[in-house]
Design a protein around this ligand. Sequence first.
Ligand code: SF4
Length: 218
Amino acid sequence: MASDNRSESGKNKIPWSGEIVSVQPRIRLLRSFDQRSHSYLGYTLMIEGVVGEEQRSFLVGIGKGAQERNQFQAGDPVSGRSAVVRDPRNEVSEYYQTSELRVVGKGTKAQGSPPPWQGAPPALEVYRQRGHRRLETGTYETKCKVCIWGCRMPVEMIIDQWNPSKKRHRFETFCYGPKSCAFYKAGPTRKVPGRKGMTWEEEDWVDEGAVSHRAMDE
Ligand code: SF4
């Protein structure tokens, strides 16, 4: 049952507090057969703490201005009040539209040697310039959830470009990190449904092209 703090309209915000476990970019992907475009919305904070009255880990989507001002990174103690995401197909987070967002202090968490890469993530423009490769879902879940270069994106797929209301949704995981990362696994190629049962297969050359401007260790 939903907590008393949750309103159907999302106007009542839920208080939360805890420690940041990871900060990743909050990017949405729009696919239309072989075409794709990205919306750079901000960042996703994974927090271990208390939300409402529950102790657990949870995700909060924030805007890029909030990240620029606060330079959030793993280990920072934070608090805020957020609305429940209305359409979970379009967000990896459960919460967004945060007010009273505060960094209670700066974390002292030691950053080990990468991978994974931690610390404060770069500007969204840097992610856009770097480009990404597909990342196997299991590898993301076990190794990359805490890396600033990992990203789980909500994907909206327009099945018929002549009828854009015909859509499907799913989530895909990507890596923006160095091509030499020992943790990296591509996983199976992604298939995008199209009109009349057609399918576009996003083969390796798409990823190779997206990151060809970077050296192996960049
Ligand atoms: S594979 Fe990518 S996301 Fe995962 S640890 Fe390496 S650089 Fe980070």
